[in-house]
Design a protein around this ligand. Sequence first.
Ligand code: ADP
Length: 220
Amino acid sequence: MLQISGLTYRYPNATDIQLSVPAFSLDKGEHAIIIGPSGCGKSTLLHLLAAILSPQQGKVHVAGVDLRTLSPRVADAWRGSTVGFLPQKLALVPSLTVGENLLVAAYANGRTADAGRAGDVLRALGLGEKINAKPHQLSQGQQQRVAIARALFNRPALLLADEPTANLDDDACAAVIDLLKAQARDNGASLVIATHDARVLTALPAAKVLRLERLARETA
Ligand code: ADP
């Protein structure tokens, strides 16, 4: 489902390479944890897997597609149909209801606004009662579940989560990892979690682990 080889990425305005991954692969339905200290390139790698960024060197294949061959426009369509992204900053639209937040994201991804699907996904996450609530009326944990529902709306083959356990206590950490695992399984998705939180390794013992180190910087 996912193959990486010889991958490097440098931001256009940067002098150093920010990310280097010699090789990594993941089968359909498997879990992966990308772990390493802050600034080592975890978010950058998630953005490469979602074809938001394109690498200068190396291969990234996801679900049979060579992401380097996609034009920006085709990449947008591919992402909308293949990838679910749970960002660290949830970015729910405060003026819209929970249900509308899902539908507007689906619309932005080129999908029809299927209100039935929104209700189904929210119910699966225990949020059926909250479909007409505004995000500020929900707890932080409920808002995160809305963002998980939004990521799952398009039945993605690949679910990417960026630091989903940041600022959570141990119980909430275990609960959110269990939830991501169950939702990935129920939706037939592979799951990739980027984190600096070692508790995620314990919560997902069968996951493949990709450890990133902070790359040496050139001195001025
Ligand atoms: P992590 O998610 O592991 O904290 P990031 O992927 O956010 O790491 O960042 C990796 C490196 O790339 C850091 O040195 C960071 O400062 C740098 N970086 C991140 N985003 C940009 C950007 N848009 N432009 C230039 N450098 C960036």
